[in-house]
Design a protein around this ligand. Structure first.
Ligand SMILES: [Mn+2]
Length: 286
């Protein structure tokens, strides 16, 4: 649980994904979870009319606004939780979170690496690129959000749940010696061990850190209302147990992304988002 007062920031980003619809998630989530609605500090809108490379100017503009909102909440000694939107919000969230911080850890819980650039990506969807961008790789409109230069060093990045990626992404992760707990390993040793290992590594360095939680990290049996569902994913109960039972001293910002309400045929998958948030916000009861 988070000790600071939590405020939510909606990020209505949808153009960064291959499947449109994530831009509606902040509204749907706040309509379904009163605590989110009550503590919504601001909604960051985005012009989602252009896609792929053509959306970069709009994306950079919205990311700047998002980064400012995250930074402002931190200045007020609040704990910001960013509600996406597609994962291209990551360029903004972590630019705001890291401003004035020096070394800063980011745990990326995701089925994907999100380590693409426009040079390596076949789809050219920016939601597959934020981790590369935060480390300084890619379009310079997206690598200089809020302040110039690298936001997170490779040694302070970690992945859990990775299982769907292109070879160029894995090559970059290996070249930069980034810690990766692939989904296979999580299955073998358990989510708790992997999570504890990452959190301890940040805490041992004495650095603040954030978690970027892509709903598609979860198995398709847990949630299907995500743009790019991938089987052999994480088990919700395991994730919740770890989130609930780990000392998260140093956790500074949380981002929860990629829920797509347009794909939520039963309306039940929004409750999966609610369950994840309930681990951090004691006022959300499940
Ligand atoms: Mn992602």
């Amino acid at each position: 649980m988070i000790k600071k007062e939590i405020f939510y920031i909606g990020a209505e980003f949808g153009a960064g994904a291959g499947t449109i619809g994530c831009e509606k998630a902040p509204c749907v989530i706040s309509d379904n979870i009163p605590q989110v609605k009550n503590k919504m500090a601001t909604m960051i809108t985005m012009d989602n009319s252009k896609r792929r490379k053509e959306c970069v100017d709009n994306l950079a503009e919205s990311c700047k606004n998002l980064a400012r909102a995250v930074y402002e909440q931190k200045q007020k000694n609040h704990f910001p939780i960013v509600i996406g939107g597609d994962h291209s919000s990551g360029f903004g969230t972590w630019s705001g979170a890291t401003k004035d911080e020096g070394d800063y850890g980011v745990l990326w819980v995701d089925a994907h690496f999100d380590l693409h650039t426009f040079e390596t990506s076949d789809s050219s969807n920016p939601h597959g690129m934020p981790v590369a961008g935060l480390m300084g790789y890619g379009d310079n409109r997206l690598t200089n959000i809020l302040y110039n230069g690298i936001k997170v060093k490779p040694e302070n990045v970690a992945f859990i749940g990775t299982r769907c990626y292109e070879s160029k992404e894995r090559e970059l992760a290996e070249k930069l010696n980034i810690k990766v707990f692939y989904a296979e390993e999580v299955k073998k040793v358990g989510f708790a061990k992997c999570f504890q290992s990452v959190i301890s590594s940040f805490q041992n360095k004495g650095i603040k850190f954030g978690i970027s939680f892509d709903m598609d990290c979860l198995d398709v049996q847990e949630i299907t209302a995500v743009g790019t569902p991938v089987k052999n994913g994480l088990i919700l109960n395991d994730v919740m147990d770890s989130f609930n039972n780990t000392n998260l001293e140093g956790l500074d910002v949380l981002e929860v992304v990629e829920y797509n309400p347009q794909l939520d045929k039963t309306g039940n998958d929004v409750n999966v988002v609610k369950k994840v948030l309930s681990c951090f916000d004691k006022n959300i009861l499940i």
